[in-house]
Design a protein around this ligand. Structure first.
Ligand SMILES: C[S@@+](CC[C@H](N)C(=O)[O-])C[C@H]1O[C@@H](n2cnc3c(N)ncnc32)[C@H](O)[C@@H]1O
Length: 264
């Protein structure tokens, strides 16, 4: 079991409140890619607070959201209930628990396994062969990324944010969490090697953030032990505002990438 990833405590609140969800066009594309219906079961690995799992649950028979972080699952569960979603089950576990989950569900029973912005925590070369037998014919696996980290975008404010965060954390922030071309190629190769027919789809949109949303989104990406203490957060936000000045609205060009591996 992966422990200590830091998706706990206040980070969960920031994640739920400020992390981008997925536009309806992404859910539509996933439903269409695997011809998902009200008869299907979907497993969402690395479900977080339910950004993918909850809207997908509204389109299928049942979703199993899997995540190693109990606080993320607790929030996913309450957020789904607030939206009237009652067909999602929230399971503590990791990608390594897929074979056990497969034993419960049985071969050929799953319409799709979705992995939203989480494969960089997993072992694709072991995971994809483990999940292949669970999928029904025409079903598949979707590896979804939700844009690039806020500090790695091609804008002046993003470069300024990276500079400020690197100085504050005293570390390089070049790691793109699986959104970079090398990682995407590696994921695609692992899917192909497993026997999936792979194609790629994108959904692009612009998102406009204010300072509160930008700082909240930064907090959502920090391990909980690196969050500034509550009494210092106003000062932290002010320092970011100063570093990014004169910008005070921050437009992101978000490109959602879906690597879609279908089982023929
Ligand atoms: C960046 S969040 C993504 C949440 C959500 N899927 C989304 O698209 O916004 C990554 C999630 O993956 C979970 N995670 C980390 N390692 C994992 C693993 N080995 N197996 C399953 N989930 C994992 C984390 O706890 C976290 O909730």
């Amino acid at each position: 079991m992966a422990q200590g990833l830091g998706f706990r405590g206040d980070v969960v609140d920031y994640y739920h409140r400020y992390r981008r969800g997925y536009p309806t066009a992404v859910i539509d594309a996933l439903v269409a890619a695997f011809a998902l219906t009200r008869d299907d079961i979907v497993v969402d690995l690395g479900c977080g607070t339910g950004q993918l799992a909850t809207p997908i649950a509204q389109r299928v028979r049942a979703v199993v959201g899997v995540d190693p972080e109990p606080d993320m699952l607790t929030r996913a569960r309450s957020a789904a209930a607030e939206r009237g979603v009652t067909n999602a089950t929230w399971m503590i576990g990791t990608d390594a628990d897929l074979p056990a989950l497969g034993g419960l569900l049985g071969a050929g029973t799953v319409g799709a396994v979705t992995i939203g912005q989480a494969l960089h925590w997993m072992r694709p070369d072991e995971l994809f062969p483990a999940l292949f037998p669970l999928l029904r014919t025409g079903g598949g696996v979707a590896v979804v990324t939700n844009g690039t980290p806020l500090w790695l975008q091609h804008t002046d404010w993003s470069r300024a944010l990276r500079g400020w965060l690197e100085a504050w954390l005293d570390k390089d922030l070049g790691y793109a969490c699986g959104t970079d071309p090398d990682s995407q190629l590696r994921y695609r190769q692992a899917l192909t090697k497993t026997g999936f027919d792979v194609r790629e789809q994108h959904v692009e949109y612009a998102a406009d953030l204010d300072l509160e949303q930008l700082v909240g989104s930064v907090y959502s990406a920090l391990p909980v032990d690196q969050l500034p203490p509550p009494q210092r957060r106003a000062q932290f936000a002010e320092q970011i505002r100063h570093a990014l000045s004169p910008d005070d609205r921050f437009t992101e060009q978000v490109r959602v990438t879906m690597l879609l591996g279908s089982k023929a």
